[in-house]
Design a protein around this ligand. Structure first.
Ligand code: HEC
Length: 107
């Protein structure tokens, strides 16, 4: 019993399968996310944070904000009554993360 050898049962993964999986997984998904967050910002935030958050409108300019990611996340979740509505109930954590990344990437 103690000396019984385990026969490895490993299905050989062919390199071509891995390459295909990698090609299918990343780039299109990323491009899709990018346009999703742009639309999300334009429809939910653009009314007050104009030109995609690049200039001051009803709300302040967001590009180059000195707030930390944590503060931005809180601001989106809780808003700032009565001037900015709270979005914690309408957005998932992933959506909020994507918006924080969007604000950070503004140029
Ligand atoms: C109805 C107008 C309105 C909408 C819609 C709105 N905001 Fe705001 N936002 C404001 C106002 C006004 C402030 C300034 C609040 C204050 O500090 O008094 C602000 C502040 C902020 C700040 C803090 C900026 C800083 O540097 O102090 C962030 C970040 C922000 N908003 C993100 C967003 C995001 C992301 C959305 C969309 C999900 C959004 N806002 C939608 C009006 C709005």
């Amino acid at each position: 019993m103690g000396n019984a050898r385990l026969v490895p049962i490993v299905a050989p993964l062919r390199p071509v399968t891995l390459l295909l999986a990698a090609a299918l997984a990343s780039p299109p998904a990323h491009a899709q996310e990018q346009s999703d967050v742009n639309r999300l910002f334009a429809t939910s935030c653009g009314f007050c944070h104009q030109q995609g958050g690049r200039v001051q409108g009803r709300g302040p300019k967001l590009m180059g904000t000195e707030k930390s990611d944590e503060d931005i996340t809180k601001q989106i979740k809780n808003g700032k009554p009565p001037r900015m509505p709270a979005f914690g109930k309408s957005f998932s954590d992933d959506q909020i993360k994507a918006i924080v990344a969007y604000i950070r990437a503004l140029k």
